[in-house]
Design a protein around this ligand. Structure first.
Ligand code: NDP
Length: 286
């Protein structure tokens, strides 16, 4: 076989981007499968995003991740947007199909895969409460709506933001979805099957912040999820654990969204254990 020194390229574009650990997870996966692929973590300011996407095309790159502040701005530079990414209104992953660059959103899909495979819960027919109305909440809610959740309740501090998101998702997905403003400590309704913290409360460095929720009415099987992955054991999850409730941390979501990206780019099954271990090591958790 002739020598082949050409590597396939994937990148993460963001600003700031230096502390983004995704590259460690993806490079470990490429190495584990013997793929001559590279994942580059690249700082791209907003004004240079069009050039970065043109660069992707010029270099024949196989895909990319987009992070802050590019997830919405990238859409107009792509050739097609996957239907669920269009519903979310944001793209965190780009894949190549021939010469076309397709926008995907793997955040909500990664969350859903964690709920199904790690926690063993099928959201179909379940009553869900989501705290937050930002980008992560919207991605999670979109996939839960598409997965057939019976009822979605959104709780958010900013009333306008919460109401706008809920009316938009209601019109686009026809899911039964309702909004409640978040004042003081929020009481979780006893019929809730799945509770998700999709706010940034508890995110490093503010690790002592506790999501103001009263879990006392929760039924014993209510799954409690947090999207915050640094630290993975937030005070919110620790409080749920103390009550004996099943929990799913934000690290699972991050690993699964990365696995979905890997699979979209390479067409190969992503090595879950390798990726989870690389991510934990990159975050200094082992
Ligand atoms: P946004 O800035 O878009 O939204 C933040 C949300 O948190 C808003 O709903 C905001 O409410 C709420 N919030 C923040 N502080 C408070 C507070 N003190 N009290 C009440 N509500 C508060 O952020 P994202 O949605 O992009 O990210 C949210 C979290 O999700 C981050 O921690 C991020 O790291 C994590 N994330 C994790 C992923 C994973 O794979 N695990 C993937 C993507 C994100 P308001 O509208 O009132 O301001």
């Amino acid at each position: 076989m002739p020598a082949n020194f050409k590597a396939e390229l994937v990148a993460c574009f963001g600003q700031p981007v230096a502390e983004n650990p995704t590259g460690a997870m993806q490079e470990a996966a490429f190495a584990a499968l013997g793929l001559n692929w590279r994942y580059l973590t690249v700082e791209v300011p907003p004004a240079k995003l069009p050039d970065a996407i043109r660069g992707m095309r010029a270099f024949g790159m196989r895909g990319a991740n987009l992070t802050i502040p590019h997830k919405v701005a990238v859409i107009e530079h792509l050739d097609r947007i996957a239907p669920d990414a269009a519903l979310v209104g944001a793209v965190n992953t780009v894949r190549r199909e021939g010469d076309l660059l397709i926008g995907e959103n793997t955040d909500g899909k990664g969350f859903l895969r964690g709920v199904r495979t790690t926690a063993g819960v099928d959201p179909k027919g379940k009553r869900v409460a989501v705290l937050g109305a930002g980008g992560a909440a919207r991605a999670v809610l979109t996939e839960l709506a598409l997965a057939g959740a019976a009822h979605l309740l959104v709780v958010n501090r900013s009333i306008q933001r919460g109401e706008d998101m809920v009316s938009d998702l209601a019109s686009k997905t026809r899911a039964p979805i309702e909004f409640q403003p978040w004042r003081d400590t929020w009481q979780v309704p006893e019929d809730t099957d799945l509770l998700v913290n999709a706010t940034s409360i508890g995110l490093y460095p503010d690790v002592n912040a506790l999501v103001p929720v009263d879990l006392s009415a929760a039924h014993a099987g209510m799954l409690v999820c947090d999207v915050v992955f640094n630290p993975p054991e937030t005070r919110f999850l620790a409080a749920a654990r103390r009550r004996g409730l099943p929990v799913l941390d934000g690290l699972a979501m991050l690993v699964f969204q990365g696995m979905i990206g890997f699979e979209l780019w390479t067409g190969r099954q992503a090595p879950e254990t390798v990726m989870a271990q690389a991510l934990r090591a990159a975050l200094g958790l082992v």
